[in-house]
Design a protein around this ligand. Structure first.
Ligand code: NAP
Length: 302
């Protein structure tokens, strides 16, 4: 489309990347999957972006297996921080805007009320530390930046690295007939990647560069989120709350990581919908997706 910005989307086949490619389809898009471009290859990344001459680069790529980051510290920092530093440098050199996606896990979770963009980060995991380092590089190197923190993402494409997303995991589990244990002491705002992608499109057009929190509205624990999934689907699952201590994940996670979308509000951009409505939309979008898959390939749906 003439006159629309040229946008390179890195991590284009991830769950957020896929929705960004859909939502920005009427812009001049250059989707870059992991197979097209590994951001750890600094020289090639520079060449691809210098040749493409984008107006905007959106980086939705990350090493986001939070527990594995505790062991693979070097990989976490290469993907989430050093490669992001290179992206920031390239974008600054070619004078394009960089949109970098970050996380609620840069907070320690002790505040107990929603974190604003002015609150001090204090990550409690390697993943959180590597993502915070990435944020700092972008903010200090690339003048035209949007650093966007979000939380509990789920999208139709699913995360290949995570084997899908939380909602799909919950949908699969009752089939096994076992009790389902979900932590009830981590409170956040689950966020539908389609809603986030749509808001990012609006935000980009403002050119009001800076740091933003963008999530769906409201808050719940992972346990309450699971309850809502089964409730909406009318599934009678044997769901049981569990503490993080008993669950025993390798990485620590913040107990309360709800993000106040204060700067979005200050820009007079409408807040994203409530997390439960977003979940309902996701569950209905996924049924449409499954139906389309079936009508395109009847054999696989028998
Ligand atoms: N998921 C969450 O709950 C959550 C919460 C808060 C913030 N975030 C942040 O939101 C962003 C998007 O997350 P998401 O859930 O959409 O992740 P995702 O579905 O796992 O997508 C990440 C994409 O990045 C690609 N990628 C990984 N390493 C790469 C590399 N070295 N070079 C190029 N591409 C690479 C992945 O490709 P392969 O799969 O082929 O490796 C994948 O397509 C990330 O920055 C994440 O840190 C996520």
């Amino acid at each position: 489309m003439r006159g629309s910005p040229r946008v390179a989307v890195i991590g284009a086949s991830g769950q957020l990347g896929t929705d960004l490619v859909g939502v920005l389809a009427d812009w001049d898009l250059m989707p870059l999957t992991h197979a097209d471009l590994d951001i750890r290859d600094f020289v090639y990344t520079r060449k691809v972006l210098e040749d493409a001459k984008p107006d905007i680069v959106i980086n939705s790529a990350a090493f986001n297996r939070v527990d594995d980051c505790e062991e693979e510290v070097s990989k976490a920092f290469w993907v989430n921080a050093f490669a992001v530093r290179n992206l920031a440098q390239v974008c600054a050199d070619v004078d394009c805007a960089l949109v970098h996606i970050s996380t609620d896990y840069i907070f320690d979770g002790r505040k107990g009320t929603p974190y604003t963009e002015d609150d001090l980060p204090n990550p409690v995991s390697v993943y959180g530390m590597s993502k915070l380092a990435g944020e700092c590089f972008v903010r200090s190197i690339c003048p035209k930046h949007f650093v966007v923190r979000t939380s509990g993402l789920y999208g139709i494409a699913g995360s290949r690295a995570k084997g899908g997303n939380f909602v799909e995991t919950m949908i699969r589990l009752p089939e096994k007939g076992q009790p389902i244990h979900v932590v009830n002491d981590q409170v956040l705002t689950p966020t539908y990647t389609k809603d986030l992608a749509e808001k990012l499109k609006e935000l980009l057009q403002t050119k009001a560069y800076g740091l933003y929190h963008i999530t769906n509205s409201g808050e719940c624990s992972w346990y309450e989120f699971a309850q809502a999934i089964f409730d909406v689907l009318s599934v009678n699952a044997d769901l049981k709350p569990i503490t993080s201590a008993v669950y025993g994940a390798k990485a620590r996670r913040p107990a309360y990581s709800v993000l106040a979308n204060a700067r979005l509000e200050a820009l007079h951009l409408a807040p994203l919908g409530a997390w439960r409505e977003a979940l309902e939309a996701y569950l209905s979008d996924r049924v449409v997706g499954l139906r389309n898959t079936c009508s395109n390939d009847e054999d696989s749906c028998q």
